[in-house]
Ligand binder design. Structure first.
Ligand SMILES: Cc1cc2nc3c(=O)[nH]c(=O)nc-3n(C[C@H](O)[C@H](O)[C@H](O)COP(=O)(O)OP(=O)(O)OC[C@H]3O[C@@H](n4cnc5c(N)ncnc54)[C@H](O)[C@@H]3O)c2cc1C
Ligand code: SF4
Length: 494
């Protein structure tokens, strides 16, 4: 449908409706509420439909952004969703948590003179539109192959690889160590930023494609990768085990009661619903004063989660200044609005014992900024004699995560780098072992949802190519699940 051209810049970027800060800290409901159809169309009208849409280059999974936005302008929201789904099967998630300001929106042509088109908000609107109406765009493959692929880890990398391979007709099983699939999407990112029901629904779409999910299976402990090949008959393996090993500060007192890693704290609250204790099995200490250490998204999530447990005060200590905080601007602003107290240029040096093995405070030293370090950010330098104690009963350490070694240490010939990340080709995810591919945080170190998805997608294409090179199976493959049995389309050639 033709539309009247809107003069660029005439309509401002549409703000996202959200729960007021004073209300939202009282609940775990979603902070941002999403566009209405009217707001979405108004925002979509701002798109210039560029001949050279730079936004697509900025998207790690290359969504055809102007095409989906055109569908929104036309009021064809299902068409818009179908367009996004061609490249991204987890749109409702990405529309909420992707750092669009560093990706598609950072290179949007509109952003050169005015504010960029709110691509992420539009993506979320479209995905929610179809979700809210129970429409699933996932179509089971019309034909299946005899090939079986094991995916280790059910974070965005594993889920994406699984979806892509299932669409190609391969038999895919995800093995997940935790009791629920989703990776950081369910155990790390809080409910108020990404409702778990949305993750569950997107995972449901994968199941429609025929993906099987086995939870409570730790590869490297319950079963080894070589056993998946030799005893279970898998033809290829994708490792997407993430970066779930928390780093600590390595300062005295870190083993005191009341000191949590962000992983443990967020898992207890998000996945185990500790805030409903005793109705849930897992408790979490609700203290009067909570201190969170770190300046990234995980620290902000931990601080905002802690606020919702109703302490008197939540402070966030960061050793550089606000300008150097690696967290998303939007999240920093949300945290400030909600009442998190930022204590910048503050570095913990010791956790203080109350005298009975419980935490009483954090001894800190003031910092000042010196010359830039290898990351380009100004190096924090301690100010001598500036030590002081911040009183608190709970501390959450959020200073980064690394790779868990369980899979690498139990898989001979799988090469890792000095940080313990699996070495894999960027274009294909191929590791040093034939038939084993890897992607996401386990390869790159802690990164983003969309980069993990991009890696899963590339690896799926490479796994598909690899499967074509295998000789036809001589033995009967293990029985396929009923819904994966060849349909009228028959079995595809290997
Ligand atoms: C608190 C927090 C907030 C974040 N916020 C954002 C955000 O807003 N936007 C954004 O883009 N990124 C964010 N990130 C980063 C993002 O979530 C990760 O980059 C992304 O989830 C990585 O995906 P992945 O699939 O590689 O790994 P993960 O999501 O970590 O998933 C790995 C999965 O593998 C499982 N696993 C591990 N070992 C084994 C094993 N041996 N056997 C079986 N299963 C195993 C784990 O249990 C886990 O479920 C955040 C991260 C954290 C911690
Ligand atoms: S670059 Fe911006 S204005 Fe141009 S097509 Fe993409 S979203 Fe629209």
């Amino acid at each position: 449908m033709a539309r009247d051209k809107v003069k660029p810049g005439r309509v401002p970027r549409q703000p996202m409706p959200e729960q007021p800060a004073s209300e939202r800290v009282q609940n775990f409901g979603e902070v941002t509420l999403g566009f209405s159809a009217e707001l979405a169309q108004l925002e979509a009208e701002r798109c210039l439909m560029c001949k050279k849409p730079t936004c697509i280059d900025g998207c790690p999974v290359s969504i055809d952004i102007p095409s989906f936005i055109q569908h929104v302008v036309d009021g064809d929201f299902e068409g818009a969703a179908a367009k996004i789904f061609e490249s991204n099967s987890l749109a409702a998630i990405c529309g909420r948590v992707c750092p669009q300001e560093d990706q598609c929106e950072a290179v949007c042509v509109m952003g050169k003179k005015f504010e960029p088109v709110a691509i992420g908000r539009l993506e979320r609107f479209v995905a929610d539109y179809v979700r809210g109406r129970g429409l699933s765009l996932a179509k089971p493959p019309t034909a299946t192959t005899e090939r079986r692929v094991a995916i280790i880890g059910s974070g965005p990398a594993g889920l994406t690889a699984a979806g892509e391979l299932a669409k190609l007709g391969h038999s895919v099983t995800i093995f997940e160590a935790l009791h629920e699939p989703g990776g950081v999407l369910v155990y790390g990112i809080p409910e108020f930023r990404l409702p778990k029901a949305i993750v569950a629904q997107e995972i449901g779409n994968l199941k429609t494609l025929g993906v099987q999910i086995e939870t409570n299976v730790v590869i490297g402990r319950t079963i080894l990768i070589d056993e998946l090949f030799d005893e279970e008959g898998y033809d290829a393996v994708f490792i997407g085990t993430g970066a779930g090993l928390p780093y600590f500060l390595d300062i005295p007192g870190e083993d005191l009661n009341g000191v949590y890693s962000a992983n443990e704290f967020l898992t207890r609250v998000n996945l185990m619903k500790a805030y409903r204790f005793p109705d849930s099995d897992t408790p979490v200490q609700v203290a009067k004063n909570v201190v969170v250490i770190g300046g990234g998204n995980t620290a902000l999530d931990a601080a905002r989660t802690a606020l919702r447990l109703h302490p008197e005060k939540v402070s966030l200590l960061y050793r550089r200044s606000r300008a150097e905080m690696p967290g998303r601007n939007e999240e920093i602003e949300h945290a400030e609005d909600e009442g998190v107290v930022f204590q910048m240029l503050t570095n913990p040096v010791r956790f203080v014992d109350r005298g009975d093995g419980w935490l009483a405070g954090v001894e800190c030293v003031r910092m000042e900024l010196g010359e830039p370090d290898e990351s380009g950010r100004r190096r924090p330098v301690p100010v001598e004699g500036s030590n002081f104690v911040v009183e608190c009963e709970t501390v959450v350490v959020a200073v980064g995560n690394g790779a868990n070694q369980i899979v690498a240490s139990t898989t001979p010939g799988l090469q890792t780098n000095r940080h313990g990340n699996i070495v894999a080709e960027e274009s294909s995810g191929l590791t040093s072992r034939e038939g084993i591919f890897a992607g996401g945080d386990i390869v790159t170190g802690a990164a983003t949802v969309i980069l993990a998805m991009g890696a899963g997608k590339k690896a799926a294409a490479a796994i598909h190519d690899f499967l074509q090179t295998l000789p036809p199976k001589t033995t009967e493959p293990p029985p396929l699940a009923a819904h994966l049995k060849p349909s009228s389309g028959g079995v595809l050639p290997p």
